[in-house]
Design a protein around this ligand. Sequence first.
Ligand SMILES: *Cc1c(COP(=O)(O)O)cnc(C)c1O
Length: 228
Amino acid sequence: MVDVAKNLESVRKRIEAACERVGRDPSSVRLVAVTKTVPPEVIEEAIRCGVTDIGENRVQEARDKYEVIGGKVRWHMIGYLQRNKVKYAVKIFDVIHSVDRLELVNELEKRLSREGRRLPVLLEVNVAGEESKHGVAPDNLEELARSVLESPSLEPVGLMTIAPYVEDAEEVRWVFRRLRELRDELNESLQTGAFKELSMGMTNDFEVAIEEGATMVRIGTAIFGERD
Ligand SMILES: *Cc1c(COP(=O)(O)O)cnc(C)c1O
């Protein structure tokens, strides 16, 4: 059995230590516990240990768990969002990290306006240009951001990225730094301060991401153990 309480304590300590190294306030980093493949009873245990934000990457799985867990935590959609799942996603999620194309912006706007909801969204950027990854190319980010700013039901709050998997997280420090620069450039060119959040950093690399300015870290394995 994984000791969720102990793992969470260790993750929180590591978040604090990373913040301390660069003179940041630990309260500026939100821990999103990634609960994909984690059963509801283990998620409930994490919630008892103070988890307030959970991340899921599949709409159907999230719907099933939402029936058990409900709205006592903030639900973050962190995975690829198919157009035909948007109508369900807008009923569950409080934040969407994976907005990566115009088609999705339009579908979200349509479904959210129908629900009478406004939802905070982050734009997922494929900083490293990996073929296998989703996310908008940095060159197309501004156009996508404009479309979000023009969608009344979408509240732009930041950018998200997934770094390539590497043994030594130092090798992907540039990815996190680049996402921060892209955020700053975007706010400048669009004359907005809307894009504040940086969702970056997972089990393997969250400390480096925090050193580079992450405001949301998405952590699964370090809390819930290795899963398949
Ligand atoms: C699974 C997942 C995570 C968490 O990964 P771990 O390495 O288990 O911490 C974070 N972000 C996304 C988008 C994921 O799919």
